[in-house]
Design a protein around this ligand. Structure first.
Ligand code: ADP
Ligand code: MG
Length: 293
């Protein structure tokens, strides 16, 4: 393609909210066969809300929220926002936290009045806390089966309850997945969330292939695994934890409202926070450089 054609192509992208960083991106977008997409904040809005409090036997829901929100004040994760918002709505006073720590893909921890508190994925709590009573485990699974993300709070190694959080799909996601498939591009969802929640969200989005419980450092590995087949692999994400996978992919897309780290790592920025922008980039590349298949 001539430089003029490429300039026209990238200019048209920009007018449609699809910022293409350089001309080589178009070449790879044209050849993309599979798109890996992050779940939270990419397929979903990333503005989750607390839907249920599941205190363990003898525990109090308000205290669960107070301790969880106190820990989450130190986190920038979308789930943290849901929990601190809930505490604010209920006008709950938050205790002070010492020794705060973030474990990407797992959760957060800290000490409140000298007691160790750990808040995060049920999988992680399964490693660091005592086993759950079966009745509580069943309630967790039921919430996950509805597509909710469930995080648990352990105090001194015993789980004192769970908080269920719902994050809706972006309205555009279902259509984006359908259109990508129609354009010959397979879609694979990658998420750090557990497999029950992942199954529900994937099915709502019309996605049949996904990998769940993927730790942040392993998202890039998942992309590399997809590349092993020899295919040209795209990746779309929004979070700091997606940056290594965006860098690994042959062509990468960041949700415009995502973290700065993701936006800087990506070849294409989707300014309208709409995954259909991936298709816009592919169509532009095909129009500018010609079809491959
Ligand atoms: P995703 O890939 O879906 O964007 P992450 O990799 O960021 O998700 O997180 C994976 C899981 O780790 C979350 O579903 C949650 O259970 C747990 N987690 C991570 N950070 C936090 C946090 N700040 N508070 C509570 N749970 C967290
Ligand atoms: Mg995300």
């Amino acid at each position: 393609a001539t430089p003029t054609a490429i300039m026209v192509g990238t200019g048209m992208g920009a007018r449609n909210g699809v910022l293409i960083r350089n001309a080589e991106v178009l070449e790879r977008a044209r050849a993309m066969q599979t798109l890996a997409v992050d779940k939270t904040g990419t397929l979903t809005r990333g503005a989750p809300e607390v839907t249920d409090l599941l205190p363990a036997e003898g525990q109090d829901g308000a205290r669960l929220v107070a301790l969880a929100a106190a820990l989450e004040r130190g986190s920038e994760h979308p789930l943290a926002r849901a929990i601190t918002n809930r505490a604010q709505e209920q006008r709950i006073t938050l205790p002070d936290v010492d020794h705060f720590d973030t474990l990407p893909g797992k959760g957060v921890s800290g000490r409140i009045e000298g007691r160790l508190l750990q808040l995060g994925s049920p999988l992680w709590l399964g490693e660091v806390a005592a086993p759950l009573p079966p009745a509580l485990a069943e309630r967790v699974e039921a919430a996950q089966a509805q597509g909710r993300t469930v995080v648990g709070l352990a105090e001194e190694g015993s789980v004192i309850g769970f908080i269920a959080i719902a994050d809706r799909l972006r309205d555009s996601s279902v259509q984006a997945v359908r259109e990508l498939r129609a354009a010959g591009i397979a879609v694979v969802m990658l998420t750090g969330d557990n497999r029950h929640t992942a199954t529900a969200i994937a099915s709502q989005a019309g996605i049949t292939r996904f990998a769940a419980e993927v730790l942040p450092q392993n998202k890039a590995e998942e992309v590399r695994r997809l590349q092993d087949s020899g295919e040209i692999i795209g990746m779309a994400g929004d979070g700091i934890n997606d940056a290594p996978a965006l860098a690994q992919a042959d062509v990468s897309f960041a949700i415009g409202a995502g973290s700065d780290v993701a936006v800087e790592a990506a070849d294409v920025v989707l300014v309208r926070n709409d995954l259909r922008g991936v298709l816009t980039a592919v169509e532009l590349s095909r129009a500018t450089l010609g079809k491959i298949r």
